[in-house]
Write a protein that binds this ligand. Sequence first.
Ligand SMILES: [Zn+2]
Ligand SMILES: [Zn+2]
Length: 345
Amino acid sequence: MKALQYAGPRDIRYETMPDPVIEDPRDIVVKVERCGICGSDLHIFHGHTMRDDAFFCIGHEAIGEVVEVGSAVTRRRVGEKVLIPAAVGCGACHFCLAGKVMSCLNNVEYCYGLSRTLQGCQAEAVRVPAGDFNALPMPGGMTPDQAITLTDALPTAWFGCRNADIAPGNTVAVVGLGPIGLMAVESALLMGASTVYAIDLVPERRQMAAELGAVVLDPSEAIETVREATHGRMVESVVEAVGADTTITLAIRLAAKRGSVSVIGVNMDRRMEFPMGRFFVNGLTFRSGMCSVPEWLPELVPLVQNGRLKPERYISRVMPLAEGPKAYELFDAREHGVLKVVLTP
Ligand SMILES: [Zn+2]
Ligand SMILES: [Zn+2]
């Protein structure tokens, strides 16, 4: 089959690789119909990878059709349309049964194309371990573009907002307006935020947040403007959707006393100094972590089906898988209003 392979920093190739096969009786194989490029794939694109194989297939967002099932699979059927959540669990432990896949007690492989051996989803087909659990029947009444956002991006944005303790009437700030940050702006407003300050360097992205109803700010003016607008109180809930030390620091400085800071951006450096003094003096809450996608789908599926959330609006390009290398360049450059890019094998 054909797939996108990482061959080194800024070197994504459209190559032939072996077809996925059933390796365990609980596996299924899914023919991919749409796959997404996520902001965290850009970290790999820039050369940050925990894998030591020279080439590997990347991507962790896909929908498709089941083409093969292992002998122990009981719920998935060949021909069934499925949504594949980015987060992978064993499907049998205490946490998986509660939907908290990222806390799986047996998890050695938590995500396609990121963890050590699971193949990525930017391919014509992918093996899904514990297919009864890790592939979900396609929800009715939604388009493929809506469904692909439910595999990772929208649940991550929603989880980020929940972690920020957003309650009706709250003031909120969202730092970073990539697709997930914009989805967080939309989610925060749906959760009842009175004001959402949306902060990013890129004017086109700020424009999109303004259209959602946010007050938009350049990072350089964010602290002063928010301080003035809130009469020194700052904001009760902050969602950080970049992961850089500077943006996490900005998020913490935006938080009001007793406020909550939620980081969903992936911090590659992992050595940032934690400002314990500020947290202690101001009584702040800090939360971070990876989203257990299945945990949030019961809330999000009906919100998308009924048009209360419109995550498909952040998909700016749908391109053939063969043009994947170009798609990475476009997404990385953040030019010409490029937001989320979706690929079709
Ligand atoms: Zn992702
Ligand atoms: Zn588990």
